[in-house]
Ligand binder design. Structure first.
Ligand code: ADP
Ligand code: MG
Length: 271
């Protein structure tokens, strides 16, 4: 780990010219409360720079929790979470703010657009918060890229779900973030719009050099990724890598199963 120095901790993760790698080592997340909930339970995960990784698993398996840790909107209970070699827990509060503002973009199931702002204002906002005078130019270019330049002055409630998600993707990228975290981005879309949004995510990550993590319970959506990791009970249980012919091959099964058919996914491990 390259976190030997924490001086100058106000700096966020390095803003490199390359997309970041992601590394999770023995990560536990316990939500405190009358009944503590173990959401992540010794999760290990390595994501190479520029990969499109799909996280699948039943509801409650820890997908959103993991994305919240990677987005620095929550902290792990123990273990190491590093982005571009920087352990996020070594960042100061200010460093975390800057990291959230600049390094990482998030896309959610329910879009999370601000209803009283126009499409253009929604996309400009993260860049404006960071003091960027180029916010209008960047927002215009991104709205053009996602095919919504003509709707820039509309409000979110005037858009379809698919359009709102394309706005959210533009907003996630406007700061120049190189890590894109998408949490069930197609969960509220019909199949045609889901296709469009997934294709757009894949295209922009290639064009811009972005590492993309997609949490989804849809096997269909996950098949767009380079690799599919299944979470179960807060651990990464199996990893399937795309091989030529749009098939997936189990690469390091913790379960020891070699059968990658969707039908077996939700069965309990046989041990
Ligand atoms: P997924 O996104 O895969 O459905 P989550 O990461 O949302 O899973 O949830 C993992 C577990 O943590 C679940 O048991 C869930 O109920 C619990 N959980 C998630 N967020 C909180 C929270 N803020 N407080 C308490 N428990 C939570
Ligand atoms: Mg979730």
């Amino acid at each position: 780990m390259s976190d030997s120095s924490s001086s100058g901790g106000a700096a966020a993760a390095p803003r490199g010219s390359a997309p970041p790698s992601v590394s999770c080592r023995d990560v536990r997340k316990v939500y405190a409360g009358a009944e503590p909930v173990v959401a992540l339970d010794g999760l290990d995960l390595e994501v190479p720079a520029g990969e499109f990784l799909a996280l699948v698993g039943d509801s409650g398996s820890g997908k959103s929790t993991l994305l919240h840790l990677l987005g620095a909107i929550d902290r792990q209970t123990s273990g190491a979470v590093a982005v571009a070699g920087v352990e996020l827990s070594t960042l100061t509060e200010r460093g975390r703010v800057l990291y959230r503002r600049r390094e990482v973009g998030m896309v959610f199931q329910f879009f999370n657009l601000l209803p009283h702002l126009t499409v253009r204002e929604n996309v400009e906002l993260p860049r404006r918060l960071d003091g960027g005078r180029d916010a209008p130019d960047r927002a215009a270019a991104l709205l053009d890229r996602v095919g919504l330049a003509r709707r820039a002055e509309a409000h979110p409630y005037e858009l379809s779900g698919g359009e709102m998600q394309r706005v959210a993707i533009a907003r996630a990228l406007v700061t120049g973030a190189r890590l894109l975290l998408a949490d069930e981005p197609t969960g509220n879309l019909d199949s045609r719009n889901s296709e469009q949004v997934l294709a757009l995510l894949d295209e922009v990550r290639r064009e811009r050099g972005v590492t993309l993590l997609l949490a989804t319970h849809s096997r269909e959506a996950a098949r767009k990724a380079d690799r599919i990791v299944t979470l179960r009970d807060g651990r990464a249980r199996r990893s399937e890598t795309r091989v030529p012919g749009s098939r997936f091959q189990v690469s390091d099964p913790e379960d020891g199963e070699l059968d990658g058919t969707p039908e077996t996914r939700n069965q309990k491990p046989s041990r």
